[in-house]
Design a binder for this molecule. Structure first.
Ligand code: EPZ
Length: 424
C-alpha cells in the first residue's frame, strides 16, 4: 500500500536532533564486507529502505545478515557467498547494487551484474567503473544489458578517472584491495564517504592511503578479515535539517554531525543571512530576525563543492528568499525534477539549460504534489513546512529510501506531518 504525507504549515522549527548514519557510506561498506569472507559488525546503520535493499541483495548471493534496527547494529557474514550474479529486479530497485561488482570480482574472480538503468536524475553510466576493472586486468563483457567481469588474478595498475566519480572510485578501490601489487587511482572522488570506506577496508586488513585526496594508493593484500566499523553521520540528512531550520525561520541544534562535512552548506546558508554556529556539541542553525533571508547563487560540484544532493533542498529555501538566485547543477543532467512541483506551490522558477533562475516569492501555497526522486521529495517536504494551507505529498517511498523517518524527525522539531495510506 502506498503512503503519502499530509503537511500543515509548521511555524518556526525548534529543538535538537541527532543525525543518523550516512546512506552513501553504509551502502559501499556493506558491499565491501564481501571482501573479508567473515563476520563484520557495522554500527550507526540508518533504517533506510536502500539499506534493506542492499542487504537483501547480498543475502541472495549467500551472505547472512542480522540487523538490530533499535541499536543500529548490522552484522553480516559473507563466508558462504555462493553466487556472483545480482538479479535484475534488485539492481533496478537500487542502482548502488552495482557496487557489489568490485568485491565479487576481487574475491571470486567473477561477477555478473545487470547494467543499472538510468534514473530520474540522469542516465547514470558506469563506464568509469568498467574502465577501472579492465585496467586491473579483468575481462569486461557489457552486452544484453548485463556486465560480466572475470579475472584469474587482478593486477595493480595506474588509473586516471575522467571524472571524480564517487561510485567508480569506490568500486575500483574495493577491487584493487585484493589485487597483486599497487594501484594508483588519480583524479578520484574525495567525498567523506570515500574516506569512510577506506577506513573500513584498512580496519579489515587493507592497505589504502590517500583517501580524501585526489590520488589514492592501494597496495593489494592476500586476504582481508572480519572487523567492526561505525558509519559516519549523514551530511546530506544534516544539510536537509539545516535548511528546514532556515526555511521555517526557526532555531535548531543538530548533534552527531561532522562540521567539516557540511562546510559548503554552512557557507552557503551564511551567505543567505542564516546564522550557523559550529559548537562543541554540534551545529546550531537559526534565523536572524534582523536580516531577512536573501537569495544566493549556487553551483553544485564534487566535494568539497556544494553537494548535488542538497541542490533541491536549497532551491526550496531560495523559493521564499528575497531576490533572485541562479542555481546551476553541474553533476547530473536532469536534477531539476522538483521545479515543476515547486511551481505548482507558487514558486517562480525558470529553467535555462543547466541553471534554474529562482525569483523569491512571499508565500508558497499548499497543494497536491508528487515526489519524483529522493532529494526532490525532500525539497517538497521542506517547502510544505512553510507553505500556506495543507500540502499532500505522494511517492514518499522515494523519501524513505534515504531518510530515516523524516516525518517523525521533523515532527520532533514542531512540524505537523501525518503519514497516511494512499489509494493509488
Ligand atoms: C553517488 O552516486 C551518490 N550515491 C549520489 O547520491 C550522489 O549524488 C553522487 O555520488 C554524487 O555525489 C551513492 O553514493 C549511493 P557519481 P554515484 O559516479 O556514485 C557521471 C543521493 O541522492 N559518471 O559520482 O552514482 C554520472 O553520470 C544519491 O543520495 C560517469 O559518467 O555518482 C554523473 O553525471 C543520488 N561515468 C557524475 O559522474 C561513470 O562511470 C557523478 O556520478 C560514473 C559516473
Amino acid at each position: 500500500m502506498a503512503e503519502k504525507f499530509i503537511i500543515e504549515p509548521s511555524g518556526p522549527l525548534s529543538g535538537s536532533l541527532e543525525i543518523g548514519g550516512a546512506k552513501n557510506a553504509v551502502l559501499p561498506v556493506l558491499a565491501a564486507t564481501m571482501l573479508t569472507g567473515d563476520v563484520c559488525a557495522l554500527q550507526n546503520v540508518p533504517t533506510l529502505s536502500d539499506v534493506e535493499s542492499m542487504s537483501g541483495l547480498m543475502e541472495t548471493l549467500g551472505a547472512k545478515t542480522k540487523w538490530d534496527k533499535q541499536s543500529g547494529i548490522l552484522e553480516i557474514c559473507t563466508s558462504d557467498i555462493h553466487s556472483h550474479e545480482a538479479a535484475y529486479e534488485l539492481v533496478a530497485k537500487l542502482r548502488a547494487s552495482f557496487l557489489v561488482m568490485g568485491p565479487l570480482l576481487a574475491r571470486f574472480g567473477r561477477a555478473k551484474v545487470p547494467l543499472p538503468g538510468g534514473c530520474a536524475i540522469g542516465s547514470r553510466p558506469v563506464d568509469l567503473h568498467l574502465k577501472g576493472f579492465a585496467a586491473l586486468g579483468a575481462e569486461v563483457d557489457n552486452s544484453h544489458g548485463c556486465v560480466t567481469v572475470s579475472a584469474k588474478k587482478l593486477k595493480g595498475a595506474k588509473i586516471y578517472l575522467d571524472f571524480p566519480s564517487v561510485g567508480a572510485t569506490e568500486n575500483i578501490m574495493m577491487a584493487a584491495s585484493l589485487a597483486e601489487g599497487q594501484t594508483i587511482l588519480e583524479n578520484c572522488a574525495v567525498e567523506p564517504e570515500i574516506v569512510d570506506l577506506a577506513n573500513f577496508l584498512n580496519a579489515a586488513g587493507g592497505k589504502i592511503r590517500g583517501a580524501g585526496t585526489d590520488t589514492i594508493k592501494i597496495d593489494g593484500v592476500r586476504a582481508m578479515k572480519a572487523t567492526q566499523h561505525s558509519i559516519i553521520p549523514d551530511r546530506i540528512e544534516a544539510g536537509t535539517f539545516m535548511i528546514a531550520a532556515a526555511l521555517t525561520r526557526g532555531d535548531v541544534m543538530l548533534t552527531n554531525i561532522m562540521a567539516d562535512h557540511v562546510k559548503p552548506v554552512t557557507a552557503k546558508l551564511k551567505e543567505a543571512h542564516i546564522i550557523v554556529d559550529e559548537l562543541e556539541t554540534g551545529i546550531r542553525v537559526r534565523h536572524d530576525s534582523a536580516n531577512e533571508i536573501i537569495a544566493a547563487d549556487l553551483k553544485t560540484l564534487p566535494y568539497p563543492g556544494f553537494p548535488t544532493d542538497m541542490q533541491a533542498q536549497f532551491m526550496a529555501l531560495m523559493a521564499t528568499a528575497s531576490g533572485t538566485s541562479i542555481i546551476t547543477e553541474t553533476v547530473f543532467e536532469n536534477r531539476f525534477m522538483q521545479v515543476g512541483e515547486l511551481k505548482r506551490m507558487g514558486a517562480e522558477i525558470k529553467i535555462e539549460s543547466r541553471s534554474a533562475i529562482v525569483e523569491g516569492v512571499d508565500i508558497l501555497t499548499g497543494t497536491q504534489v508528487a515526489a519524483s526522486d529522493l532529494r526532490a521529495g525532500a525539497a517538497l517536504v521542506l517547502a510544505a513546512l512553510r507553505a500556506e494551507g495543507s500540502t499532500e505529498i505522494t511517492g514518499i517511498h522515494h523519501i524513505d529510501r534515504g531518510y530515516d523517518r523524516l516525518d517523525e524527525q521533523l515532527n520532533k522539531l514542531g512540524a505537523k506531518i501525518k503519514r497516511e495510506q494512499h489509494e493509488v
